[in-house]
Every structure is written in C-alpha cells, then in structure tokens.
Design a protein around this ligand. Structure first.
Ligand SMILES: [Zn+2]
Ligand SMILES: [Zn+2]
Length: 355
C-alpha cells in the first residue's frame, strides 16, 4: 500500500490494525445513523429504491450483504443504545457490535469475556428453536442438477444432528480410503468419500472385498469418441458428460454398461466381450496380487483390476497386462490424475506423474 510500514515494530503493527478496525466501526456507526435518518424520512422510496438495503448498497457502493448488515444492525442498535454508543466511541468493532446487539440484554454486558467466535456461538445458542420452527426445518432437503452438463451439482440442507452424521461418516470414510500420504483439500476428500459410500450402498459390498457392477450405463457416440480420443461423445445415460479418463476407467474395468451409438444412431454393443475380464482371470489377478499393488499401500478397499496398457490402446486382457489397484489409486490416481505406472520388481508398481 506504500504506507512505509516497514519502519514499525510488531507491537506497533498490531496497534495500527486494532485502531483501523475501531475506526471502521466508528464510521459504520455514522453510516447507521444516516440509514436510520433516511428510513425515518422514507426518502429512499421516493428516490425509486424498493428498500433501505437496496438504497444503501447502491449509494455506498457495497454488496447486498454489507448493506444488509448495516441496515439490520442499525435497527437492532436502536434497542441497544449502550452498544451503539460504544461503537461510536471506537470501543468495539462493527462485527462485535453486530453480535452483541443480537444477544439477550442480560448477556450484553459481559461480551468482552468472549472472543469473536465464542460470541458467535453464544448468539446462535440464544436463537430460539421452537418446536414449530424445528418442524419447519424438517428433514432437510437434497437437490441434484446438471449445472454445466459436465458435472452434477447438488445442494441441500440437513437438520442439526443429521448434518453431523453425514459429516462424520464422510470424514471417517475419507480416512479409510485415501492413502495417508495423499494431500487433498478437505472438500475434495469429502467428495470422494461420499461417492465411495454411495457406491458401496449400490453394490452392497463390505468395505473390504471385490466390487460388483453398479447399475449404470454410459452412452458412447462411437464415431465422435474415436475422432476426439474420447473428449467428445461420451456421457452418462441421461446425465452429464464424462471425459477420456473416466471412459478409460470404464473400458478398463469393464463393469459399467456401455451403450454405443453407431452411424445408424441405433444402440450397439461395443464389443464388451473382448474387454470384459473373465471372472476366473479377475480372481486370479486379485489372488496373485493380494491387495493394491502400489508400493507401500496395503489397501483392500474396492480392489479393481486395471489394464496397464489401456484396452483402447490395444492392451490385452491377460494376466501379464492386468494388476490390482485399490479404488483410490485406480479411480483417482491413474484414471483421473493420469499418473503412469512403473513396475517395481515383479509384483509391485510405482505411480509417476507424466512429464
Ligand atoms: Zn484402470
Ligand atoms: Zn492403493
């Protein structure tokens, strides 16, 4: 910012930050006084704005959220003049004033005994959750959509305990299936874990053991897919598109139905028999490898048999070209991230990022 802060000590920097935030609070108090006056005059309506929030957002050039915080807090502070006063004098920050104003009057005085996140919890704690409101919250909801046709988006809300159950189950499963050394963002771990839980439920298999077919189908416009190396023409039946990595995985494992659309536009079989791994061969490979073959991994979760040279590139369906991988290494590392397989000795492999 070119303020030459380099000359200041740590303590002084702290002090400047605290002072600046207090002054922001003082100016917010001024804004709230203006908003209150404007509302009294109702002149924002005459100016053509539908609400005081809309007027504030437009005139102060702030987001709707900020405008709402200013206007709502202005209203609340009318019933808590001591908080309004403290804010105007720079004794508390705007965020703290907002929270304090929402506390029952008897708790306001001791607010400085709490830090800002404790205060937030205290406010939530004092929110009434009547039987009626609880009933209105109901079971929650969950919606699915194909927002961009490439992925399924979902959104929803779960009531208190149900939400915690989902969170716990997902986080626990993520710990089980994602190898310890893999660094992923929490949100990504949860997404993978949720898919794994759902897949298990569809398959009704135990956490260890071989995965069985999922009742899903994928359509492939054979000509387009061939011309674009699978970047076009492949989608989940009546669902979002999928890319070359996912197609390769399906071809490799041979357990999801592929519906080919040929030049005639009629569904045709994509030669399933030649890529499907015969049951006996699959058992042999699983038995030979005794778990995920990635060096250092002893996972037995959803073991899948992988074509080292992809079936689509002429890789043969025989024991020499097949190895066992756990779901994470197969689904994520190999087919999504595109890591390459390097053999280590006769029975183990190492995954390497392609150059
Ligand atoms: Zn594979
Ligand atoms: Zn593995």
């Amino acid at each position: 910012m070119g303020m030459g802060l380099g000359v200041y000590s740590e303590d002084r920097l702290d002090e400047i930050l605290v002072r600046a935030e207090a002054e922001i609070g003082q100016w917010r108090a001024v804004e709230m006084a203006v908003v209150a006056e404007k509302r009294r005059r109702e002149s924002h309506l005459a100016d053509g704005y539908r609400s005081i929030v809309e007027w504030t957002a437009a005139r102060a050039d702030v987001s709707h959220e900020t405008a709402r915080a200013i206007c709502w807090t202005a209203t609340r502070l009318e019933e808590a003049p001591e908080v309004a006063m403290a804010l105007a004098e720079g004794e508390l920050t705007f965020d703290r004033a907002q929270l304090v104003a929402r506390l029952p009057a008897e708790h306001r005085e001791r607010h400085d005994a709490y830090d800002i996140s404790q205060l937030r919890r205290l406010v939530a704690h004092h929110k009434r959750l009547s039987r009626k409101r609880e009933r209105r919250l109901g079971n929650g909801f969950l919606n699915f959509g194909f927002s961009n046709e490439l992925a399924t988006s979902f959104w929803g809300e779960l009531a208190g305990l149900d939400g915690r159950i989902l969170e716990k189950a997902v986080d626990q499963r993520a710990d089980e299936i994602i190898p310890g050394e893999v660094r992923l963002a929490v949100a990504e771990r949860r997404a993978l874990a949720l898919v794994a839980i759902c897949q298990d439920s569809l398959d009704a298999v135990a956490v260890s053991g071989e995965a069985r077919p999922v009742d899903l189908a994928v359509t492939v416009d054979a000509r387009t897919a061939a011309e674009t190396d699978g970047e076009m023409g492949v989608s989940v039946l009546a669902g979002p598109r999928i890319g070359p990595g996912a197609l390769e995985e399906i071809l490799c494992d041979g357990k999801i139905d592929l519906i080919g659309i040929g030049q005639t536009g009629k569904p045709l079989d994509l030669g399933r028999s030649s890529r499907t791994i015969p049951r006996k061969l699959r058992r042999h490979v699983l038995d030979r490898d005794g778990g995920c073959t990635v060096e250092g991994d002893d996972s037995h979760y959803r073991l899948q048999v992988h074509h080292v040279i992809p079936w689509a590139q002429g890789g043969r369906t025989d024991a020499d070209n097949l190895i066992t991988l756990c779901w994470y290494h197969h689904h994520v590392s190999v087919h999504r991230e595109g890591l390459q397989i390097e053999r280590v000795g006769t029975s183990r492999v190492r995954l390497k990022r392609p150059r």
